[in-house]
Design a protein. Sequence first.
Length: 93
Amino acid sequence: MFQRIAITVGLAVLLSACANQIDAGVSAEASAPGFWWGLWHGFVFPFAWIGSLFDPNIAVYAVPNSGGWYDFGFFLGITVLGGGSFFGSKSRG
């Protein structure tokens, strides 16, 4: 059992090591969305996603953005503010 988990984790780490963000997606300009915009975009993600199904001008993720800090804010917005960690931590009994 442990060997299967170790192989799976190892493959996931190896695959994620190949991940790279496109240079055109990251901007060093001061006006590029950063952490706080990422947090907000993550929080409104469910509504933006529904809107994007009906309107091609609505996007759920800002490109270009400031890079890692925007991504971190987006992740926190989805998981913490969006209720992801709250609903995942409820006990079932």
